[in-house]
Ligand binder design. Structure first.
Ligand SMILES: [Zn+2]
Length: 488
């Protein structure tokens, strides 16, 4: 028996203070494509997502609404969970940081280890604080005494005693690991950006808050007056989500890929590795950084009223159309613009006209005339090696371009061979066998559609089925199904 190699992938955990927006959907889908692709290749995949629930922002919003913070975050967290279901995200677990049974013990355990290492110390701290960012601001980050992200919020002068984490101690080590690609940051422009950011070294980070300024969080062990700040609380989810401190977390740790937005890179490449080095734990292998989406050319913002809520979008478009669009329309790592008309165009022209038509035509003819086994010469035109290479490089758009190039080849072949006139069972076999290859490759991107196709052409699809691409389709009864994509 061969032991499957493992693949552990995570998204960042969104802050549970509002319903998800399209940017969250993008990150979920990108991580899911990688999870499914690795599953398809036979790996033992663990995919973790969840929500970040503590912090004074959630506490204050809940109080303003007159509800308990737990109830407030539960409601928001639930909407993220619904989104993962709606988008067919294949996460194995969904961690919530307010979970006292699963999450808290691991966080406390890690804190104690860092403390034992001498890397946590207490110090009086005074500074300018932005309650919108929930962090102390440096002079560089302020414009006319205001935070650029929260110009309407008054910057507070705060002085309190906090615990600090000795990140500076690991600064050189982290720099070296990133430089030498022992901790890979992808795309490379983000690696360079991060190295530029830390060229003067990483400084120690504030690791706790006084209870009076942050009453909603995980208490610091042995100090009733202090609550953990976001770093130890939230980043540790990547460990507690796979069972830490129970030894079983070793099965999946270290993470193979952390998928993060560009605003999250410095915490994941700086603070998180520092904590792991201090604790003597292995570092994640890769941090891959996606860009941001604008909507119809504008920055997403509540005040502009252009927040695209994916939970509303799935009511109008099939979830596979949204997944497909997010993967094909944008280049991983770069910013992109979300527009509903572009989504509609791709849904109609590519999914309904090209993929949908091919499947519906061939399944109808194959059901009527049957198949006769022959060598599938069409398959030579499928650029499988290149598709694999693109997925390895997170070039989802390019991989889909090649899959759809092959769909074009199949549609042309159908057009030229006219099997509806010739009733040529060998041609129909070649086409059906090619559709099998297409469906298997698309499973990473659009599992629901792929599974529908597999049902019509009676082949198995899912974990490990990548190897089936080159195995000839077994002949069995083919049944035309419902239309895959109705035009919008
Ligand atoms: Zn701010």
């Amino acid at each position: 028996m061969t032991i499957k190699s493992k693949f552990y992938i995570t998204t960042t955990i969104p802050y549970a203070n509002a319903a998800p927006h399209i940017g969250h959907a993008l990150e979920f889908v990108q991580a899911d494509v990688l999870a499914r692709w690795n599953k398809l290749r036979g790996k033992d995949v663990f995919f973790l997502t969840g929500t970040d629930e503590h912090g004074s922002k959630n506490y204050r919003t809940a109080k303003n609404l007159g509800i308990e913070p737990q109830k407030f975050v539960d409601e928001n967290s639930a909407s993220f969970k619904v989104l993962t279901k709606e988008l067919h995200i294949s996460n194995n677990s969904f961690i919530i940081t307010s979970d006292k049974k699963v999450h808290w013990p691991g966080v406390v355990h890690l804190w104690k280890i860092l403390e034992k290492k001498g890397d946590i110390y207490k110090k009086k701290y005074a500074g300018k604080y932005c309650s919108g960012c929930e962090k102390y601001m440096t002079e560089k980050e302020l414009v006319n005494g205001k935070c650029i992200n929260h110009p309407s919020i008054e910057i507070e002068e705060i002085s309190e005693e906090n615990y600090f984490f000795r990140l500076s101690k690991y600064s050189d080590k982290i720099k070296e690991l990133v430089k030498k690609d022992k901790l890979i940051i992808f795309p490379v422009q983000w690696k360079n950006d991060f190295l530029g950011l830390i060229k003067d070294g990483l400084t120690d980070v504030s690791f706790s808050r006084e209870v009076k300024s942050l009453p909603w969080g995980i208490p610091v062990p042995g100090d009733k007056n202090q609550v953990m700040y976001v770093w130890c609380d939230a980043l540790t989810n990547y460990l507690t989500g796979i069972g830490y401190p129970n030894i079983k977390y070793n099965k999946y740790w270290p993470a193979d890929v952390h998928v993060v937005g560009k605003d999250m890179l410095r915490f994941h490449a700086g603070i998180w590795p520092g904590m792991l080095l201090s604790a003597g734990l292995a570092l994640p292998k890769k941090i891959i950084v996606h860009g941001f989406l604008t909507v119809e050319g504008q920055k997403i913002s509540k005040s502009l009223g252009n927040v695209v809520e994916p939970l509303k979008l799935v009511k109008r478009f099939a979830s596979d159309s949204i997944r497909y669009f997010l993967c094909r329309n944008f280049v991983f790592g770069e910013d992109g613009d979300f527009s509903e008309s572009a989504l509609k165009d791709r849904h109609n022209n590519e999914l309904a006209n090209k993929l949908g038509n091919l499947v519906s035509r061939v399944s109808a003819l194959a059901e009527k005339y049957g198949l006769q086994k022959t060598q599938n010469k069409l398959l030579k035109k499928l650029k499988l090696k290149e598709i694999e290479k693109h997925l390895k490089n997170y070039e989802f758009d390019k991989a889909l371009n090649l899959i759809f190039e092959f769909i074009d080849v199949c549609n042309e072949y159908t057009q030229n061979k006219k099997p509806w006139e010739t009733k040529d069972k060998k041609v129909l076999y070649e086409l059906s066998d090619s559709i099998k290859a297409i469906a298997i490759l698309l499973w990473a991107f659009m599992s629901e559609t792929s599974e529908k196709i597999a049902l019509q052409f009676s082949f198995k699809i899912g974990a490990g089925s990548f190897n089936e691409i080159k195995k000839p389709l077994k002949i069995s009864k083919i049944k035309k199904g419902e239309i895959l994509f109705k035009k919008v």
